[in-house]
Design a binder for this molecule. Sequence first.
Ligand code: 13P
Ligand code: SF4
Length: 360
Amino acid sequence: MGPFQSLPSLEDYEKLSDEKLVDRILGHKQRMGAELIILGHHYQRARVTQLSDFVGDSYGLSQKAATAGGTNIVFCGVRFMAESAAILCKPNQKVYHPDPDAGCPMADMANMDQVTQAWRTISQWSGPDQKIIPVTYMNSTADLKAFCGHKEGIVCTSSNAHKTFEWAFERGKKIFFFPDEHLGRNTGKKMGMDGDDIVVWDPHKDQGGLDEVKVARARVIVWAGHCPVHKEFKARDIKHVRKYYPGCKVVVHPECDQETVGLADASGSTDFIVKYVAAQAPGSIIFVGTEVNLVTRLQKMHPDRKVFKLQRSLCLTMYQINLANLCFTIEHIPRLEPVVLSDEVKGGARVALDRMLALH
Ligand code: 13P
Ligand code: SF4
C-alpha cells in the first residue's frame, strides 16, 4: 500500500464476499494460533458460530473468558457479554467486540440512577431486619454488576438463577432482581412463590408503582424489564401447536413470560435448549421458543428430528455481528480499542461475577 492510500475501512470489508472473509479469518486463526480466541454466543449467525473456538450460553462464555489462554479474545455476542469477558479475563488479555454498538435492549431497561433510587426506597420500606440482596441478571450493564458486588449481591444467568436465588435467601430476607421481570418471576415460581410473594418495581411509575405494605409482604421485587425477542412467544402459540401436533415437545427460554413457560415441557438457558433437543428421540417433533438463529442451527444439527420455531424471532443486536466486522476486528488488532471499563466498575463487577462462578 502506497503512503497516500488510507487503511481499508469497515465499508471496504462489507464489499467482500462471505467466502473471501471466511478464508481471511481462517488464515488469521491459523497464523495467530492460541493468541486469538473467538467466543460466540448461541444466537450468532451460522457463519460466525462456525468460526468460533467456543460457542455457548452466557454462563459458559463467562467461564471460558475466565479460563481462556491467549492474549486476544474476540467476543461475538452483545455488549454485556463482551464486558463480562473483559472483567473476567486475565490482566494480559484484551477483549475486542466486533460491533461496540451491539447492545442488549433488555440490559438497557435498567440504569444505575434508577436502580439506586429504587434500592433506597425499598430499603427504607423494608427496615434493617429485612435484609435485601440485589441480584442482577447477566444481561445488565457492568456498573449494575458492580452495584451488586458492593452491596453483598450477585450476578446470575438463566442457567443458575435458581441457585443464585437460594444463595441470596441464605444471606437475606428479600431479593431485588433486575432487569428481567420474567426470569425473576419464573425462578420465584419454580421455588414455590406465588401471589404477593413477587412484586414488580416499574421505574416509570411513581415509587415504582409499589408501597411499603406490598414490599413488606414480598420475597422478590422484580424490575419491569423484558426481552423484546422472547416477548414474541405466547402461551397461545403453545396451545396452537399442541392442537395440531399432539405429543410434540415444547422448550422455551425463561425470558418468556410465566404463562408461556408454564405451558412448555421445559425451559432453560440456550445451552439447556441445545441439550434438550439433542436428548429427544429421533422422529420427535420439538417446538423451540428462542432466537431464530439458534433454532435454525438446531434444525440443521438434527435432521432426524422435526425441530420447529414456535415463532420467528430475531435478536437484531446479536445479528449486528457479521463476517465483515469480525474480519475487520481481527485484522485491526491491536490498533482497535478493546473493551475498557474503569477499575472501580471492574473491581465491583468482578466480585459479583466471581460469587456466581463459585456456585457451580
Ligand atoms: P443464555 O444465558 O441462555 O445464553 O441467554 C442469553 C440471552 O441473551 C438470552 O436472550
Ligand atoms: Fe438481549 Fe433478548 Fe437479544 Fe438476549 S435475545 S441479547 S435478552 S434482546
